[in-house]
Design a protein around this ligand. Structure first.
Ligand code: SF4
Length: 68
């Protein structure tokens, strides 16, 4: 299952295309083709593990363990 923040749009980010392209609704930008594989969880990739945008948005980063 792909990222819940993934959309396909023909316009946005002040650009427009003939075919709908992967668009990240977190940052309101089109997604580069290599990242779209992460967005779609292709090739053993997973958005919750490999996308720093998703992790930052969900607050699932590995921060917070520096306190001693
Ligand atoms: S860039 Fe990250 S947050 Fe945005 S749609 Fe893709 S996986 Fe989701």
């Amino acid at each position: 299952m792909g990222c819940p923040y993934l959309a396909y749009r023909e316009t946005g980010d002040e650009q427009s295309f003939d075919e709908a392209r992967a668009f990240c609704t977190v940052v309101d930008e089109f997604v580069q083709p290599m990242r779209a594989d992460i967005c779609n969880d292709r090739y053993e990739l997973a958005h919750e593990r490999h996308c720093e945008i998703y992790r930052a948005h969900e607050g699932t980063g590995e921060e917070g363990s520096a306190d001693t």
